[in-house]
Design a protein around this ligand. Structure first.
Ligand SMILES: CC(C)(COP(=O)(O)OP(=O)(O)OC[C@H]1O[C@@H](n2cnc3c(N)ncnc32)[C@H](O)[C@@H]1OP(=O)(O)O)[C@@H](O)C(=O)NCCC(=O)NCCS
Length: 183
């Protein structure tokens, strides 16, 4: 497990799948995600089986917070498109329990996960894609040191219109400069 100040990141278990079904069927939660069909338990089971075939570094980590002396799962954070030669990977984050939004947990999870990416996995570049109409996520990414690298124009069709997708990234060197501010 990876422990932060108020959260911990732990390996995903099959028993977490009902959380994902709830989180990802919540229209407000999935607004910033490329998921547009209702999700079933079976679909999540299949996703889990496929995900477990990927390298262990790409397995999602569950974000948990401590409440009344118990750890509660509120979301997940993960890498995909790991490229060891270029030491780069794409990041995704979800706080699925929306009653925990805007309390700093997303920021804390991201900072803790970046430490894992740069110091444990020895990656060099972490990038992500975010819809232009997701100001909360964009704000959190900027707060954690991600900078905009480009725009994929009208790359996503959502609720009857095309949205730009913003590509953001952080390099290990940029992250190091931020240093002890974070921990
Ligand atoms: C995006 C997400 C990970 C952020 O997690 P979180 O725990 O709510 O984030 P935090 O509480 O750490 O920070 C939220 C920040 O956004 C700010 N914010 C909230 N709504 C905002 C808005 N409409 N515009 C700009 N900033 C906003 C908050 O004030 C806070 O900033 P501050 O700490 O400087 O005051 C989470 O909301 C989420 O999972 N959303 C659904 C899935 C998603 O969109 N994932 C990202 C896909 S790219």
């Amino acid at each position: 497990m990876i422990f932060g100040k108020r959260i911990r990141l732990r390996a995903i278990e099959r028993s977490d799948l009902p959380f994902f079904v709830n989180w990802l069927n919540d229209p407000q939660v999935r607004e910033g995600l490329s998921i547009f069909l209702p999700l079933s338990n079976y679909g999540e089971e299949r996703w889990f089986e496929m995900t477990m075939q990927t390298p262990a570094e790409e397995h999602p980590l569950i974000i948990e917070v401590k409440k009344d002396n118990q750890w509660i799962a509120i979301g997940d954070i993960s890498l995909r498109n790991l490229d060891w030669r270029n030491r780069s990977a794409e990041l995704g984050i979800l706080i699925g329990e929306k009653c925990y939004w805007d309390q700093g947990y997303g920021t804390e999870a991201l900072n803790l996960f970046l430490l894992h990416c740069f110091e444990t996995l020895n990656l060099r570049r972490i990038f992500l894609q975010v819809f232009e109409d997701n100001p909360r996520a964009i704000h959190v990414y900027q707060k954690c040191g991600f900078v905009q690298e480009g725009i994929l124009r009208e790359a996503v069709y959502y609720k009857g219109k095309y949205l730009n997708v913003i590509v953001m990234a952080i390099l290990k060197a940029d992250w190091k400069l931020r240093g002890d501010v974070l921990f």
